[in-house]
Design a binder for this molecule. Structure first.
Ligand SMILES: CC(C)(COP(=O)(O)OP(=O)(O)OC[C@H]1O[C@@H](n2cnc3c(N)ncnc32)[C@H](O)[C@@H]1OP(=O)(O)O)[C@@H](O)C(=O)NCCC(=O)NCCS
Length: 176
């Protein structure tokens, strides 16, 4: 049976090894990684799943912003990467990690506007993420519009750029 612990309790190198195993060494080229440039993960929303001493899954969430074409700036949270060890997939670990992050999101700035790039068949089916409000968003790299998903009452249905949270936006910690 797995247990969820704050990700800070796990060695960062172990998280990186897990992410390499799940997403490959070229994962840093992905558009989602460009949204994480220069910002730190939100501690309250970043968790690890462990079985005994073994790391079997992780989720990290990041402060980003929707910068509307009329200049308005809206704090949001980028959910993921969510990774489960290949040997431990389909046992509920991914669902537990994602549910924990969603449940904790109300405590942080931007937590009413979650986004991710991922499989709608998974993130829609289990958590209610949809692409209904993301069609007019622009990202700093290629992406499949059907996989640009969002969840929450604060998700902006407006034209704009998604970017790493600018320094003058209230930090997730300060906003809790
Ligand atoms: C995607 C991932 C996070 C899911 O976590 P998990 O612990 O393996 O899955 P869970 O036990 O929470 O959920 C299992 C259910 O989700 C479904 N599922 C798993 N991955 C899926 C996917 N990519 N798309 C659609 N459904 C998926 C399974 O079929 C299963 O459904 P069932 O209960 O009807 O049989 C994990 O498998 C993973 O890290 N995969 C590698 C990365 C990846 O493929 N990412 C794609 C999503 S961005």
């Amino acid at each position: 049976m797995f247990t969820l612990v704050p990700i800070r309790d796990v060695a960062p190198a172990a998280i990186e090894t897990l992410l390499d195993a799940v997403f490959g060494h070229d994962r840093h080229d992905r558009t989602a990684y460009r949204l994480r440039a220069g910002v730190q993960p939100v501690a309250a929303l970043s968790w690890a799943a462990i079985e005994g001493q073994e790391l079997v899954g992780s989720i990290q969430c990041w402060p980003v912003a929707h910068i509307g074409d009329r200049g308005e700036c809206r704090a949001m949270i980028l959910v993921g990467p969510i990774a489960v060890s290949p040997a431990r997939q389909h046992l509920g670990i991914g669902r537990a990690l994602t549910r924990r992050a969603i449940d904790e999101a109300a405590t942080v700035c931007g937590g009413d506007a979650l986004m991710l790039i991922g499989d709608p068949d998974y993130y829609g089916r289990f958590f209610g993420f949809t692409a209904h409000r993301t069609a007019r968003w622009r990202l700093p790299g290629p992406f499949d519009p059907a996989r640009l998903l969002a969840l929450g009452d604060g998700v902006p249905d407006a034209s704009g750029v998604i970017a790493p949270a600018p320094p003058d936006l209230p930090s997730a910690a300060a906003c809790s």
